[in-house]
Design a protein around this ligand. Structure first.
Ligand code: SAM
Length: 304
C-alpha cells in the first residue's frame, strides 16, 4: 500500500475551495460514534473523505448531509460511494491501498459512466497529471507526531461485512453544501440530531491566540447560530472539536482552558438547556496517546 503518512504532505492551512483532498479520516470516528444513539437520526457532517458519513450510516443514521470548504471532498465522497455500492471490497482495497493498483483506471472502468461530470473531470485530471498527481491532489502527513490514518479503525475497511452493509445503506446521492463552517448555519431548514465538525477548530480563529477567547468566539460565531437554525431542539448534539491525545494541533494547551470554559458555560446556560461536555475515545489514533477527546455541546439532552 502507498505510505501516505510519509509520502504526501499534510494540508496545513491549505483548506480552500479546490485544495488537496483527504481520502480517509485520520480520526477514530467509529470509536466515538458508537457511543451515540443515532438510530433513525439526521446528521450534518464535514465531508472530508466521507468517513464520518459512512460510519454514521453504519451506526443507524437515516439521513446524512455534508458540508465542506473544499469542493474536491464532494467528488471524493461520490467516488468512494460509487465504489462501495457497485464494486467488491477487494477492488476498493486494491484501488486505495495496493501500491501497484493505486487509483488504477481499470478498477473503476465498469462504473465510470455512472460518475457525475465533475467526478469524471476530476478523475481525468488525475490521470493527466501523471506521477505527481497523488502529491498534488491528496493530503496525508509527513510528521510522525501528526495523526495519519489508521485503516484498522475505519470499520467498513477493517471488515468486509461492514463494507457490504454500508453498500446497502448508502443513498444514491448525498446532499453536499459547499461552504466554510462560519457560513453554514441557516443554509437549509433542516434540523439535525448530530453535527460533526471534525477538527476544523484547529484551522479557524487562528488570529485569536487566547484559547478561552477562541472558544467563546467559536460558540458565538459557529455553534450558536447552528444551534438556533439547524440543531434539533431536543437532544441535539454538536461534536465541535476532535483532539488527538487531548491536544489541539494549533492549540496544544486547549484542555485546561476548555475545562474552565465548559464550567462557566454550563453555569450560565443551565436554564437555556445547552451544555458543554467532552467524550473520550478510548482507542486513540497515535500509539503514544492515552485517549483522543471530542469536545461537544448538547441541546436539551434527555437524561436517560
Ligand atoms: C479539518 S480537515 C482534517 C481531517 C479530518 N480530521 C478527518 O478525519 O478527515 C477535515 C475537513 O475539513 C475541511 N475544512 C477545513 N476548514 C474548513 C472550514 N473553515 N469550513 C468548512 N470545512 C473546512 C477540509 O476541507 C477537510 O475536508
Amino acid at each position: 500500500m502507498p505510505d501516505f503518512n510519509r509520502e504526501i504532505k499534510p494540508a496545513g492551512d491549505n483548506h480552500n475551495a479546490f485544495g488537496r483532498a483527504y481520502l480517509f479520516t485520520n480520526e477514530n470516528v467509529g470509536g466515538y460514534i458508537n457511543q451515540l444513539d443515532m438510530h433513525g437520526g439526521h446528521i450534518l457532517s464535514v465531508a472530508a473523505g466521507g468517513d464520518h458519513a459512512f460510519e454514521s450510516l453504519l451506526n443507524g443514521a437515516k439521513v446524512v448531509d455534508l458540508f465542506d470548504i473544499n469542493y474536491a471532498q464532494k467528488v471524493i465522497v461520490e467516488l468512494k460511494s460509487h465504489m462501495i455500492k457497485s464494486l467488491p471490497y477487494e477492488d476498493f482495497m486494491d484501488f486505495f491501498f495496493e501500491r501497484k493498483h493505486f487509483m488504477d483506471r481499470k478498477i473503476i472502468e465498469p462504473i465510470y459512466n455512472d460518475f457525475s461530470r465533475e467526478l469524471a473531470l476530476y478523475i481525468d485530471w488525475y490521470y493527466c497529471m501523471g506521477n505527481c498527481a497523488p502529491r498534488h491532489m491528496f493530503v496525508y502527513g509527513t510528521n510522525p507526531t501528526w495523526a495519519g490514518y489508521d485503516i484498522n479503525k475505519i470499520s467498513y475497511i477493517a471488515s468486509p461485512e461492514k463494507y457490504k452493509t454500508l453498500a446497502k445503506r448508502l443513498p444514491n446521492k448525498i446532499n453536499f453544501i459547499h461552504t466554510g463552517i462560519e457560513d453554514l448555519a441557516g443554509k437549509n431548514n433542516q434540523k439535525y440530531d448530530f453535527i460533526f465538525m471534525s477538527n476544523i477548530f484547529d484551522y479557524i480563529l487562528c488570529d485569536i491566540p487566547d484559547n478561552d477567547l477562541a472558544l467563546v468566539q467559536m460558540y458565538n460565531n459557529v455553534i450558536k447560530p447552528l444551534a438556533e437554525n439547524n440543531l434539533s431542539n431536543e437532544n441535539g448534539q454538536i461534536m465541535f472539536h476532535y483532539m488527538w491525545n487531548g491536544h489541539g494541533i494549533s492549540r496544544p494547551d486547549l484542555m485546561f482552558e476548555w475545562k474552565n470554559f465548559a464550567k462557566k458555560f454550563n453555569r450560565i446556560k443551565k436554564d437555556a438547556g445547552q451544555k458543554m461536555k467532552s467524550i473520550c475515545v478510548p482507542s486513540p489514533i497515535l500509539k503514544s496517546s492515552k485517549q483522543d477527546i471530542i469536545l461537544c455541546m448538547t441541546q436539551n439532552q434527555k437524561i436517560r
